[in-house]
Design a binder for this molecule. Structure first.
Ligand code: NDP
Ligand code: 8X3
Length: 257
């Protein structure tokens, strides 16, 4: 089992949900953390909480993964030990809206594609060269069941997660011949701020996905992330599809009345 103590872990989308839970679990394992997201106040309080609770070093990057020059600047300012990034968790992502394709919003489409696809690529392009140079590292992409299946009104979100699946497979091919590992973790329903973001703050609509069923928690997903990251160095967990027991596919969810 790989020991993560003192390893540098870079997490995008650390201010909420899956990214936040992963930050706690990596900190508990003794990792040094680079936490990135747009909301500075949340990053600052998470940094203080993790440093105080686990005694680990934490730095933060206030950035929007959609902005290549912001990402490039923040990563190029890393020095010394912080450039030995062992794990990149490409987690920042979102859904916007829930509409038929011919009724969809261009702004929503652009935001999903720019964040989930181009943002993941931008961060990867800036970080992976350090891993190749060090001949060590692990890229963990957060995909989705929506990267394997499509559901009505999910069109562009599902397309963006299918793209994450293709990019993950391509990364793994392009990194053969190095010791860099590539994993995708593809959850079904997880209760986070995802629904609130999708429905722009409408809490009633956000809850509809979880009516009558128990979704995964962000900690369940973080457990799978830690499992992948701690396998022996010759072992690549290529993909984990993680579902709550009531969910059999994107469309088949058992709900108690
Ligand atoms: P949350 O909304 O709780 O968290 C999303 C995180 O992404 C936040 O920290 C947010 O930070 C960050 N983020 C969003 N846009 C940007 C951006 N442009 N630049 C930087 N950071 C950004 O949702 P989840 O934890 O559920 O989502 C995490 C990942 O999991 C996403 O990729 C999502 O698609 C995926 N997923 C979620 C599932 C679910 O059911 N919840 C199921 C399957 C996959 P900030 O706003 O501060 O920038
Ligand atoms: C998030 C899960 O089912 O809303 O990726 O697409 S779902």
């Amino acid at each position: 089992m790989k020991d993560l103590k003192d390893k540098v872990v870079f997490i995008t989308g650390a201010t909420s949900g899956i990214g936040r839970s992963a930050a706690f679990k990596f900190a508990e394992s003794g990792c040094k953390l680079i936490l990135a997201a747009r909301r500075k106040e949340r990053l600052d309080s998470l940094q203080s909480e993790l440093m105080e609770k686990f005694g680990v070093d934490v730095i933060t990057m206030v950035l929007d993964v959609r902005n290549y020059s912001e990402v490039d600047k923040a990563v190029s300012e890393l020095h010394g030990e912080w450039t030995k990034i062992e794990v990149l968790l490409n987690n920042a992502g979102l859904a916007r809206g829930f509409s038929k394709v011919h009724e969809g919003s261009l702004d929503d489409w652009n935001e999903m594609i720019d964040t989930n696809v181009k943002g993941l690529l931008f961060v990867s392009k800036c970080v992976i060269p350090f891993m190749v140079k060090n001949n060590s590292g692990h890229v963990i992409n957060i995909g989705s069941i929506a990267g394997h299946e499509v559901y009505p009104n999910g069109n562009v979100y599902c397309a963006s997660k299918h793209a994450v699946d293709a990019i993950t497979k391509g990364m793994r091919m392009d990194l053969t011949g190095t010791a860099v590992r590539v994993t995708t973790i593809d959850p079904g329903l997880v209760e986070t701020e995802f629904g609130l973001v999708r429905y722009r703050g409408d809490a009633d609509k956000a809850k509809t996905a979880y009516v009558g069923m128990k979704p995964l928690s962000p900690d369940d997903v973080a457990d799978a992330i830690i499992y992948s990251a701690t396998r022996d160095e010759n072992v690549v967990v290529a993909q984990i599809v993680l579902l709550p027991v009531a969910q059999a596919s994107a469309m088949v969810v058992y709900r108690e009345n």
